[in-house]
Write a protein of this length. Structure first.
Length: 234
């Protein structure tokens, strides 16, 4: 792990959690840890934007703990035809698309397959927007935006979210993720005003799930329940 990252004025982690696995019980407990790191934003004019699905379970806890409004940044990775867990890019709520050109150069995907993947992902994002946000207008982004996901692996999902937020007028984006690989942090850090990541890891092998004792994929109905619970508590 490079010293220049650990000393970077925009990056904040928890030294006691570096290069450790199973440091959070679940996404909710990870959100509470991040809330503690983000205390300076308590009851401020900031807004928490969670990335569904998994990121919403983290974002809800941050917003509750810090008495902040909560919204949703719908983005989705463009998955490979033969592997729904691996992606070669991402699509954001405003239609922004980012492709992993380095990866695509090593894959034998035709232009038609790539465009089909993009179109399918655009439809997924549009459906999730309708399901999770309805017709509500986007919030005013002339305020600090705390962008939350449950971890940072390749970074393409978060990069497309950041780009979409910028295009919507955001000038102060604070990235909050429970866990990340150090190389991914270095590729995304200059795109945000600050980054909070309690569990920073390095090494050849990295999986977001390894930071958690309890891990499972969340479906859209679970996200809706999280949002309803947050609204009821507020």
């Amino acid at each position: 792990m490079k010293g220049r990252l650990l000393d970077h004025p925009k990056f904040f982690d928890l030294p006691k959690l570096r290069n450790r696995v199973r440091v959070f019980r679940d996404r909710a407990s990870a959100g509470k840890v991040l809330a503690g790191m983000l205390e300076e934003y308590r009851a401020s004019d900031a807004i928490v934007m969670g990335i569904p699905a998994g990121g919403m379970a983290v974002a809800v806890e941050i917003a509750k703990a810090l008495d902040l409004p909560l919204d949703i940044a719908v983005v989705s990775k463009i998955t490979l035809p033969w592997n729904s867990e691996a992606g070669y890019g991402a699509v954001a709520f405003d239609g922004t698309v980012i492709l992993n050109e380095a990866l695509l150069s090593r894959l034998n995907l035709s232009d038609q397959e790539i465009q089909t993947g993009i179109k399918k992902t655009e439809q997924k994002v549009s459906r999730r927007l309708t399901l999770l946000r309805g017709n509500r207008p986007l919030p005013d982004f002339k305020r600090p935006v705390i962008l939350v996901d449950d971890g940072l692996a390749s970074g393409f999902t978060l990069r497309v979210a950041i780009k979409a937020l910028r295009q919507a007028g955001a000038t102060n984006v604070i990235l909050a993720v429970p866990t990340s690989h150090s190389e991914s942090v270095e590729t995304i850090l200059e795109e945000v005003e600050a980054m909070y990541c309690p569990n920073l890891r390095s090494g050849l092998s990295f999986a977001v799930a390894d930071a958690y004792e309890q891990w499972s994929d969340l479906d859209e109905q679970e996200v809706i329940k999280l949002l309803q619970g947050f609204k009821a508590a507020g």
